[in-house]
Design a binder for this molecule. Sequence first.
Ligand SMILES: [Fe+2]
Length: 284
Amino acid sequence: MIKRYKDEAFLRKYYEDCRKYVAGSQELCFYADEKFRHSMQVVGAGNYLLKHEKTFQNWTEQEKYLAWLGCLFHDVGRFREICKRYENKDLHGANLRKYDHGEFSYEILQTSSQYLNPLLLFPIRHHGHLDADFFGEAGYLAASQKDKETMKNIFFLIKDADKIANFYLFRRHPEYYGSLICGTEKMRSAASPKVVESLSRQELCRNADIATPLDQMLRILSWVFDIKFKQSFVFLKKLGCIEDMLLRIRENNIDNKTQEKIEKVIKNFITESINETNIRGNSL
Ligand SMILES: [Fe+2]
């Protein structure tokens, strides 16, 4: 029997220590609370995928446990990031790109002998990076063929579960679209042609193409193109997350024509993905 409560206590300790350290900032306390909740929701989404996704059906209990740990600990480094932001008086995350929380998670787990396992460490290290960074990681390249396959699927699991939890967050808190995502409460605008083009090609939006508040919402929506597992689409559909996001975009899009195009692209993509038999994004 694997004692998972000890692992949960490990994460909770980082969260509680961080909470004490940043007690002087309401913003950062709120952010830490949200990140702890997020970790538990990623575990929830990960459990759903481990149970329903075909890829994991023949996995051993030990492999499933490692995948579960990956979900639980992927963001433990967030609590180090939050402490550093407190030290640097960066309460609103103006310099968020300065911190690589995946790298912090990796460093924390690397110094904990019970979690020193490449199958866990490298997927966590790169969960916020591009797939190419993970597939270029020396620790991945040095692994046996079997371990590479396991590591890749834990990486994909963490990334999918992370996205599901984030899409769910926006469904629960549509107010986050305002100043947090769009940088303004005046969200009504049009989509930039380059953003619409990249959506039509079923690609992630590039930061360089983002020009309007609506583009910022569409950038989040484009995460669907990076989802790997069929059951992730099924779960998102059950939660109604994408429909809700399309509705929010519709409310703020001043152009009906592009709206119809975007909705068609996204709905077709999700239907195709649910009907597809293979996972996306095999190793490069
Ligand atoms: Fe993360």
